[in-house]
Design a protein. Sequence first.
Length: 284
Amino acid sequence: MREQKLTKLDILLNEKYDNLSKQEKKIADFIRQNQDSILHYPVAVISQSCGVSQAAVVRFCKHLGFSGMKEFKIFYQNGKIVEPDNEKPVRWDDGDDAIFKKIFTQAITALEKSFGYTDLKTLSEIADIICEVRNIDVFGLGGSAIVASYLKNEFIRLGKRVNSYNDQYVIEQSMQTFQMNDLVVIVSRSGENEPLLEIAEKAKKSGTKVIAITCTPDSSLTRIADLSAIAIETQFFENDRNSYSRLTQIAMISCLYIMSATRLGQKNPDFKNNYFEKTNYKRN
């Protein structure tokens, strides 16, 4: 018996149901009753079962916001309730099929959890600060260095001076350059890395704004930072400290980048008009 818990599909149908036509409501009711097997039904079977035309099934999908049945099925597959086994980290004795399902299912789950946890007001405030400053220094050590480098590559396209530091000696030298009206962004999964905490403290004393991108809401770093973007992590391999933190942090950074770009475009028509020419990577 199917677990009586709303899926994304249930929620979508509930939102759209009153605005559906009589034929479309028949299709919606049929799909509700056959969620366990709907992925295996072609359009012809659905139309015949509902007593409607195949064109009506396609219109139903488009009414829900999809291009057709294929896109609708992808949405349904991604929005199914996660099976308990797929919530567990990959084990050494897992086969390729289990690894494939666990990795993709948990990646989606990590993003969804981050989406649900994230404070939009905080992200908006961070985007406002990014637009106001000219200089941005980004710090990340170990695995976080990759995310810090990604942040630099994105935000430099906003017309900002952005530096990224991942060497501890260079980091110590860079702390002498902190100034008011600049921005320091620190990427740290745990929020407890001592050299990065020292950077945050030094920046605050210099009057520099500090933004933390971390997976730990109650960390030392979040207590020091002016604002913190929290990305949820989940472990993907037993006996391994790696997680989906990089994936969720990159999604957070992409969100902040686009928020900042739209602000700059709204304030400055030249930025908007020249965006593709000046900010996109050239195709080879």
